[in-house]
Each structure stands twice: as C-alpha cells, then as structure tokens.
Design a protein around this ligand. Structure first.
Ligand code: ADP
Ligand code: MG
Length: 243
C-alpha cells in the first residue's frame, strides 16, 4: 500500500491552548479516510496543515515521501493543485455563472481551451447531479446545490488528494445524501481523500477506514471491516462525540 500523506507526531498550540499533542496517521492511495472528533478538537487545523496553511510546532508531514511542513508559501502553491481542501463553506463568486466559477481555476493554472474546460465542467456537474446548471448564478441555486458546485470546482484541477471538511454540515437530508454519494463515487474511482465529519453514519457509509481524534491525538483507527463488529471500542468513544 502506497502512503500518500503521512503525519508524524504533529503538535500545535494556539497561545496556551494545546490542540494537537502528537497526532500521527497515514493516508493510503485510493482510500477514503474518515476523521471523527468532537467540535474544537482540531480537525480543521490538521487539514489546514496538510495544505500548508498551518505550520506544526513540532512533528512532520510528508506528501509522497517528501517533507512538506518546512516548505515556503511559494513552494506550497503548486502542491495545492494536487491536494485540494474543500472548505466548510466553499464560497463561490456571486458575479460569475456556475460555468465561470468552475472555469476559473483552469484558466489560471492550465493552458486548456474554454471548449475543453466546458466539457470537463459539464462532466463533473453531471456526476454531482447538477444537470443544466452551468449558466445559472450562485444566487439562483439552493444552498445544497451551491455546496455541490463548490465541490465540483475543487475537482476541476483533478487533485490527487481531496480533503473534505464537514461537507454535509448544515445540509438537509436530500443534499446530505447527494454529497455522500458523490464522495463515495469519487473516492472509489480517482481520488484519495480524507473526510472530516462528526457524523458516524456518514463516515460508515463513505469511508474505508475511520480514525478518531480525541485527547489531542489520534486515539483509534479502524477499518470498515473491523467496524462491522458493533462492540468495537470506537463505538464507545463515538457516543461522547456525536452531538
Ligand atoms: N488560527 C487560530 N487561532 C487561534 N485558535 C485557533 C485557530 N485555529 C483554530 N483555533 C482553535 O483550535 C481549536 C480547534 O479548532 P478546529 O480545528 O477548527 O476544530 P474542529 O475540530 O471543530 O474543526 C479550537 O479551539 C479553535 O478555536
Ligand atoms: Mg472544523
């Protein structure tokens, strides 16, 4: 199994507040790894560190065996095309149509023609159940559709790794299922991903492995296979995390 990302003994404090005290895990190629943890345990902090937006106080981060936690901002920039961070609120440009929003990263970062970009955009929109939305503007879409367009935009550059930060938070059940299915489909085909959620049922539906962040580190990791046993200790810990 190829390790795509490796976090080793990650420490991070803000002022006197210690958030991570030795968080360690590996992400294997092709898997969808769930990250569960209560609110404020540092889930977003670790994802931000994986795209160079937070620096560890101590510990290491490797991307494909390359040490990345010491890179400069300009060295990080090209890597962010390979590791996409899907923000909690993937803000779209209101003055641009859906197609223009999706085209934007490619016009900036690639030499593809608008025709090629349009083809790609429509394919990704269709995958996310967003048929015939390319000429609409964000304010003509429901909140759930906007979220899916945000997801579509982060996939346009075909990243190798996608970091989903609570992609279904605040969504109604129908959109939650659509996003979950999209992540499922994506993670079974082209991508390696980490899915942050505080919802165990989402994690069980979508992920291949699940890890729990508690007491400032990864406390437990289990495969979906292991979690078929409902007496697995992870379920005991999760009770305190849900809600
Ligand atoms: N840039 C920052 N400055 C100060 N405190 C921060 C910063 N980023 C995160 N924190 C704090 O770190 C803790 C973990 O944050 P976060 O990773 O966002 O939690 P969550 O697990 O809910 O995603 C929170 O207490 C938060 O207030
Ligand atoms: Mg968060």
């Amino acid at each position: 199994m190829e390790t795509v990302l490796k976090v080793s003994n990650f420490h991070k404090s803000f002022g006197t507040k210690e958030i991570h005290k030795g968080t360690s895990f590996e992400l294997f190629r092709g898997e969808c790894l769930g990250l569960l943890g209560g609110s404020g345990t540092g889930k977003s902090v670790i994802l931000r560190a994986l795209v160079g937006l937070e620096r560890p106080d101590d510990g290491e981060i490797y991307y494909k065996n390359r040490k990345v936690h010491t890179l400069s901002e300009s060295e990080w920039r090209p890597l962010r095309k390979e590791i996409a961070y899907v923000f909690q609120n993937g803000a779209l440009f209101d003055s641009l149509s859906v197609l223009e929003n999706l085209s934007y990263p490619l016009l900036r970062h690639t030499k593809l023609t608008q025709e090629e970009i349009t083809k790609k955009a429509i394919r990704i929109l269709n995958q996310l159940d967003l048929f015939d939305t390319e000429h609409l503007y964000p304010n003509e879409l429901s909140g759930g559709m906007q979220k899916r367009v945000g997801l579509a935009r982060s996939l346009m550059l075909k990243p190798e790794v996608v970091l989903f930060d609570e992609p279904t938070a605040g969504l109604d059940p129908k959109n939650t299922i659509l996003i979950q299915e999209a992540i499922c489909k994506l993670s079974k085909t082209d991508y390696t991903s980490i899915l942050v959620t505080h919802d165990m049922s989402t994690a069980l539906r979508v992920c291949d492995r699940i890890m729990l962040l508690e007491d400032n580190k990864i406390k437990l990791t289990a495969t979906i296979e292991e979690l078929k046993d409902k007496s697995h200790p992870l379920y005991e810990f999760i009770k305190g995390v849900q809600n």
